[in-house]
Design a protein around this ligand. Structure first.
Ligand code: 5AD
Ligand code: SF4
Length: 471
C-alpha cells in the first residue's frame, strides 16, 4: 500500500523536445496522479526520461503518510540539486517540482528551506503543472499552488491518456471527511469529493477503446462515492454499486475493482453488486486498523469489530469466494496487550487473503500525535511481527487453496524468465506461467500447480499458443 515506486514518465515521445522524470512515492492515488502529470505535460513538449540525470523537469510526487517523509524529500532534493547544478554548468536548466501530499502539508516552507525547488504543486492542483512550468521557466511570478478549492480538477484534464497494460486506474473520488485520528489525508487531500457519473463513464469508455480490459475505480474512500447521476437519469446522485453496474456494461471491460473502502460506507447496493455483477472481482480491500473497540473508538473509526465482522459475513453471503484484504495499525496510543489480542482474534475470525500492516507512526498535527500512552517502539515491533506472521500464514493458506483449480488470469506482462508470462487472478494474486507473448492483454484459463507466499505458478492447459478468452 505504501510501496515506493519509480515511475519513469511515458507519453507521446515523437514531438517531445524536453524530458520529465517523475519519482512516485506512496499510494495508488499517487501512481495515478503521476500518470496524469505526464499527460498534462505532454502538450508542453515533455516526453519521458528514464533517469533524473539530464532531465529538464524532475517531479517528486510525495506521500505524507509516514514519518520522515518530509526529511526524505529534502534529502532527495539535495541529491537532485547536484544534477541541476551540473546541467546549469553545461548551459542547460533542470527544474525541480515537489508534488503530492508533502507539498500540500509543507507548502511555502519547502520553497523557503530548499531554494533548488522551483515549484510546489498540491494534490488538488497538478493540472496546473503546465502553467507552473511555464511560469517557472520564465523565472518570474510565484510558483506555489496547493489550494484545496479546485474541485472539478478531473474535468480540466485532457481527455486522452496513455495506457500501460490492460489494467487501468480510474479516479472517481478524492479526499476524505472521516478524520481518523492518526491520519493526515483529510488535511492534505481535503474534503471528500465525488466525480460525476457521466465523466466517469466517459473515461471508462475511453480506456476501453484504448484496450483496457480491467478498470480499477480509485478513491481515498471509494465506497463513499456519490457522484451526480448522468444527465439522462435526472437529478440526484448514484452510489458506487450503481456505478459499478454501469461500468460493467461498457464494451470491452471484463473486470472491475475498487479501492480503498471504509467499513462505515458499505451499503446494500454494493453488497448486491458483488452478488450480481460477474465483472466485479471477488476481492475487497477493507481496512479495519484494529480489532479492539476501545482502540477503534480512539481512532475515530466509526465502526467496531462486530460491525466489521458483519460486513465480512454479508460479503461472503453475496460472493462466497471473496478475498478479504485489510490494513492494520499496531501500537496506536493506549493500545494494551489485551487490545492487541482483540486484533489477533479478529484476524483469526476473518481469514485474510492479503493485508498491509504498519506500526503506528506519529503524524504531527493529527489528534493521535498528542494522545497519552504512546507505545514504546520495541512493543510495536513485537506486535507487528506477531501480526504479520499470522497474516502471512493466512495469505499462504489462501494461495494454496487455489492449487488444483483452473482460474481466469488477465495477462498483464512478461514474467521474469524467458517465455514466461505474468497476470492476475480474480483474487488479485500474481500468476506466472509459460506462454506466448501473444496472450498479453487477454484473459486465459490457467491451471494452478503451485502456490508461494506472493504468487501462484500455473500452466496453460493443452495447446493455447494463440490464447483464448475465459468465460
Ligand atoms: N501510522 C501508521 N499507519 C498509518 N496509516 C495511515 N496513517 C498512519 C499512521 N499515522 C496506514 C493505515 C491506512 C494506510 C493507508 O496507512 O493503515 O489504512
Ligand atoms: Fe485516513 Fe481514515 Fe480517511 Fe482512510 S478513512 S483516508 S485512514 S482519515
Amino acid at each position: 500500500m505504501t510501496a515506493t515506486s519509480d515511475s519513469p514518465a511515458s507519453g507521446p515521445a515523437a514531438s517531445a523536445t524536453k524530458r520529465v522524470f517523475i519519482q512516485t512515492y506512496g499510494c495508488q492515488m499517487n501512481v495515478y496522479d503521476s500518470e496524469r502529470m505526464k499527460d498534462v505535460l505532454a502538450p508542453l513538449g515533455y516526453g519521458p526520461a528514464e533517469t533524473p540525470d539530464g532531465a529538464d523537469l524532475v517531479v517528486l510526487n510525495t506521500c505524507h503518510i509516514r514519518e520522515k517523509a518530509t526529511e526524505k524529500v529534502y534529502s532527495e532534493v539535495g541529491r537532485l540539486k547536484k544534477l541541476k547544478d551540473a546541467k546549469a554548468a553545461d548551459g542547460g536548466k533542470m527544474m525541480i517540482a515537489v508534488a503530492g501530499c508533502v507539498a500540500q502539508a509543507e507548502g511555502a516552507e519547502i520553497m523557503r528551506r530548499a531554494p533548488a525547488v522551483d515549484m510546489v504543486v498540491g494534490p488538488q492542483a497538478y493540472h496546473k503543472l503546465p502553467e507552473l512550468v511555464a511560469r517557472a521557466a520564465r523565472a518570474s511570478g510565484e510558483a506555489l499552488e496547493t489550494s484545496f478549492d479546485v474541485v472539478e480538477k478531473f474535468d480540466a484534464l485532457p481527455a486522452s491518456r496513455q495506457l500501460e497494460g490492460p489494467s487501468a486506474f480510474l479516479s472517481v473520488q478524492e479526499g476524505c471527511d472521516k478524520f481518523c485520528t492518526f491520519c493526515v489525508v483529510p488535511y492534505t487531500r481535503g474534503a471528500e469529493h465525488s466525480r460525476g457519473a457521466d465523466a466517469v463513464l466517459a473515461e471508462a469508455r475511453m480506456l476501453a477503446a484504448q484496450g483496457a480490459r480491467e478498470i480499477v475505480l480509485l478513491g481515498q474512500n471509494v465506497n463513499a462515492w456519490h457522484g451526480a447521476a448522468p444527465a439522462i437519469d435526472g437529478a440526484g446522485s448514484w452510489d458506487l454499486g450503481r456505478l459499478i453496474r454501469q461500468v460493467a456494461l461498457v464494451g470491452g471491460i471484463d473486470r472491475i475493482r475498487y479501492t480503498t473502502s471504509h467499513p462505515g460506507d458499505m451499503d446494500d447496493s454494493l453488497f448486491e453488486a458483488h452478488g450480481a455483477v460477474p465483472e466485479l472481482m471477488p476481492y475487497l480491500h477493507l481496512p479495519v486498523q484494529s480489532g479492539s473497540d476501545r482502540v477503534l473508538k480512539a481512532m475515530n473509526r466509526k465502526h467496531d469489530a462486530t460491525s466489521y465482522l458483519d460486513i465480512v459475513a454479508r460479503m461472503r453471503a453475496a460472493r462466497p469466494d471473496i478475498a478479504m484484504a485489510s490494513d492494520f495499525i499496531v501500537g496506536f496510543p493506549g493500545e494494551t496487550e489485551r487490545d492487541f489480542e482483540d486484533t489477533m482474534a479478529l484476524v483469526r475470525a476473518v481469514g485474510f487473503a492479503s493485508a498491509y500492516s504498519f506500526k503506528y507512526s506519529r503524524r504531527p498535527g493529527t489528534p493521535a500525535a498528542e494522545m497519552l500512552g504512546q507505545v514504546p517502539e520495541e512493543v510495536k515491533d513485537a506486535r507487528l511481527q506477531a501480526l504479520q506472521a499470522l497474516l502471512m500464514e493466512q495469505q499462504v493458506a489462501f494461495n494454496a487453496s487455489k492449487v488444483g483449480a483452473t482460474v481466469p488470469v488477465l495477462v498483464t506482462g512478461k514474467g521474469r524468465h524467458p517465455g514466461q508470462m505474468l497476470g492476475k487472478s480474480p483474487w488479485l494474486q500474481s500468476v506466472h506461467f509459460d506462454g506466448p507473448d501473444s496472450l498479453m492483454g487477454q484473459i486465459v484459463d490457467v491451471a494452478i500447480v503451485a502456490a508461494g507466499r506472493n504468487s501462484l505458478t500455473g500452466e496453460l492447459p493443452g495447446d493455447l499458443s494463440g490464447g483464448r478468452k475465459a468465460a
